[in-house]
Every structure is written in C-alpha cells, then in structure tokens.
Design a protein around this ligand. Structure first.
Ligand SMILES: *Cc1c(COP(=O)(O)O)cnc(C)c1O
Length: 454
C-alpha cells in the first residue's frame, strides 16, 4: 500500500497553522460542548482499515477544539510552558526519523546531539561540567533518577550494596525536607522504598522557603531534599547555606529546580539560586521554562560514576560503544524518544542571551500582574521573586468564584490553589508566547470578574 505522504503531511501542516492562527480567538480552556464531542471517538473497536488522511482529519476535527490552549500566550495554570518554534519543528523531524534514543547504536544522531544538549545545559545552568546528565520525561523522573543514585551512594558508605542486597534489612537513612517540597519528591521517595514517615520535615518561612536554622544535624547517612522555586511563591530554599552545612558531613543534597533552576541564566535573578552548584544532584524541566514540547526534563548528578552504576543496564545483545556516551546508562528507561533534539534546537535557536531574555521577560510579566492586580484590590500573598504570583480576593469563596468565572469566560486560564491556609488564584508565567497584550487582557478579565463578585 502506498501512502500519499505529501497530501497527509500537507493536511497536518495546514491544520497546525490553522490551530496556531486561531489561538487568540478561542477560549483557553475548551468548552463543555467540545469536551462532550470527544465521545464521538468513543466507538466500538474498528474492525477494518481506514485511509490515514481521514483518520487524521477526524482526530483534528474532534480533538483540536477540545485541547487546552496552553501553547498560546494566556495560559497561566500550574507551571506550564509553551513551545518555541525551533523545538516544535525539531520534534516533527524527530518523529519522522522515529529514532530510538536509548542506545548509541540505535541512533548515533540522537546520542551525539543529546550529549551536546546535556553539555550545553550544564554550561547554561552553571553546574559542574563533569556531572552525569540524563534526559527524562519530567522533573518527577529527574528527581527519581537522582535519588536512586543518592540512595545507592549513601548506602554504599554504610557498607550496604543495595543493588546486591536490596532494601530488606538495609540500614536507616535520614531524609530531610522542607515542609513545602513538591509532591513529586515524596512520590519519588515512596517509589524508592521509603515512606513518608522516613522524612524529617523542616518548617518554612512566610514565602515557603525552608528555615535553615531549623535544620536537624546532617551526617553521611542524610539525604536533603531542597527546592529551587516553590510552585506558589517561586521561593528558593537557602541552598547555599544548607550546602555549606552539608559539605563536610557527607550528606547528599538534591535540588528540585523544575522551573527555578532557570533563574541561574538570568543576571538579575541568579542571586536566588546562588550556591546551588554545591549540591549533589539537580532536577530541571525542559517542558516548563525552556519551552520545548512535552515531555522533557533533565537531571544532573555530581558523582557521574555512581549515577552510571545505578542506571546502567546489561544485556548480552547490547552493543557497547566504549568511546561514546551510552544514553541508557543515564536514564531509568531503555527505549525512548529523542527529546535531546528539541533541547538542542531550543538552545541553538535562542542562545544564552535569548534564554536569559525569555526568563527575564516572563518574570517581568509576573511582576506586572502583581502590581496591577494589587492596585485593583487583590491581595498578593507572596513575595514575587520569580514567575509565580499567588493572589487572594476578599475571602476563599470569592477567590474560588473568580477562578471559576475566569476559566469559564475563556480569556485566560489560571489555577486555584491553597497556600498558607488561604484559597488562592495562582498565576504562573512560563511561556515564551506571552505578550504585554496578553498580560493586559488577563488583568482586565480578572478585574472584571472581581467586580462581579466583589
Ligand atoms: C512541575 C514541578 C515538578 C514536577 O515536574 P513534572 O515535569 O510534572 O514531572 C516538580 N517540582 C516542581 C517544583 C515543579 O514545579
């Protein structure tokens, strides 16, 4: 059967351009009708083949209106980036090439470009250049991978080889974390065979940063979980101070910098993330602030050898290329997509200065939100140090009603949250696509909603 690729890919290109051209004129969150219409795809299992062009047309017609326009400029929910042009196009090419990025032999192109992307990331984020680096799906897996290396290393110091002897009867580890660490870290801890009760919780200050003076004693059996960028406030734990204290004890310090690590590329925000290079491992997302397509993240571990030992995989059928970096030695997965190409394309197209400008611009937007909404009667609950703004209006009910109304009205999308005991309306500015006009339209929509309820 021959396929008319030209017709198919032209059809998709037209649909893509149509979608992008319509982003400004559609509600950011899909309408209830569009979501209901997805049921039109919920038919009995198809028994017979069908022309790919018709399949894709059906998908586009039904699903595109039900998508969330998070790639547009007025999506401020959760912490979600858009998608820069070069990585979008690189993603299309990577799909056409359909490379298995797991092994060098399966894709020299992916393996070599991934190695370059990892080197550039370490340089951009100014972390130890000889750290191990792995590309994974998200910050959750990035932290999970780092903590697997941490677990093995800390146990080894106690004479316990976890790869041989497993966890039963293993000695205790001390896990120390600020009360506001992200749920993905507690999940990683659970997946690694520990429990919530194994964590010693350290109180946080008004902006959600760990209080260094409340830190327990650290020793060579301690794993410290820190956060660069609190999802409600953007706050940074006092990473330099904790790393200084950890340095002579042998404790392993991990930094969850899913979005906050990018502060290191900005001359005006870098002070927030100073001293982070002293930690032992770091997690950062690509799909948030670097604005590459889902899914994409990286982790880095100072002890490259320990990391490779933990994540390496043997098999008689695996071809070893001693000279090259073997991607699967740095990820939990074996087969996976070539997400290094998108990271490479993002950095190549923006350069260091373009990335710094993107980070600064989005932070400036966050500050504008805080200023203009504060002037309009909203209470800004956090110190806006980065790109996150937590707002409250009058009381919890009114705050929630404004979130619901604005989501329904469609100009923008932002998430509700609860922080420091108050219901909040949270704005996260992560997208390269957000313009001054998008900020103005969103401020206007929020003020209009507040007038209705206030
Ligand atoms: C988003 C986020 C995570 C989880 O990242 P995923 O990419 O969704 O796995 C972890 N920590 C922080 C601080 C985050 O903002």
């Amino acid at each position: 059967m021959s396929t008319d690729y030209e017709a198919l890919l032209t059809q998709v290109t037209e649909a893509a351009l149509d979608y992008m051209g319509g982003l400004d004129d559609r509600p950011v969150f899909p309408s209830p009708e569009a979501i209901r219409a997805l049921q039109n795809l919920n038919e009995a299992l198809p028994e017979d083949p069908r022309d790919p062009a018709r399949v894709v047309a059906l998908l586009n017609n039904v699903a595109a209106p039900a998508t969330v326009a998070s790639t547009g400029g007025r999506y401020f929910g959760f912490v979600i980036g858009g998608c820069l042009p070069a990585p979008l196009a690189a993603n299309w090419l990577a799909t056409v090439w359909d490379q298995n990025a797991g092994l060098w032999t399966c894709s020299p192109a992916s393996a070599e470009i991934e190695a370059i992307a990892c080197r550039w990331l370490l340089d951009l984020l100014d972390l130890p250049r000889d750290a191990a680096a792995g590309l994974v799906t998200g910050a959750t897996m990035a932290s999970f991978s780092s903590l697997a290396a941490a677990r093995a290393t800390l146990y080894k110091r106690q004479g316990w080889d976890v790869a041989e002897m497993g966890l039963r009867d293993a000695p205790a580890l001390k896990i120390v974390a600020g009360e506001e660490i992200h749920g993905s870290l507690t999940k990683s801890i659970r997946l690694l065979g520990f429990g919530r009760n194994d964590i010693i919780w350290v109180p946080t200050d008004d902006n959600g940063a760990l209080k260094a003076d409340a830190l327990p004693d650290l020793d060579e059996n301690t794993l410290v979980l820190l956060q660069a960028g609190n999802i409600n406030s953007g706050a940074f734990d006092p990473i330099a101070e904790v790393c200084e204290r950890a340095r002579d004890t042998g404790a392993w310090v991990h930094v969850d910098g899913a979005f906050g690590l990018w502060a290191r590329v900005s001359a005006t925000r870098r002070h927030l993330a100073e001293g982070m290079e002293l930690a032992d491992s770091w997690a950062v997302d690509g799909h948030k602030w670097l604005n590459v397509p889902y899914d994409s993240a990286a982790f880095f571990c100072r002890d490259a050898q320990a990391t490779e030992e933990v994540l390496t995989m043997d098999g008689t059928y695996l071809v070893k290329n001693a000279k090259a970096r073997e991607p699967s030695h740095f990820t939990p997965e074996l087969s996976r997509r070539a997400r290094g190409l998108e990271i490479w394309a993002a950095i190549k197209s923006l350069g260091r200065s373009g990335i710094e400008e993107m980070i600064d611009r989005t932070c400036d937007h966050a500050r504008t939100f805080a200023e203009e909404l504060s002037a309009a009667g909203f209470e800004v609950l956090n110190e806006v140090v980065l790109n996150q703004v937590s707002l409250h209006y009058k009381d919890d009910e009114t705050t929630q009603a404004i979130v619901d109304a604005v989501q329904r009205e469609g100009t923008c999308f932002l998430s509700p949250s609860t922080w420091k005991g108050k219901r909040t309306l949270r704005i996260s500015v992560c997208s390269w696509a957000t313009t001054d006009a998008d900020v103005a339209a969103t401020v206007a929509a929020l003020i209009a909603a507040s007038r209705r309820f206030g």
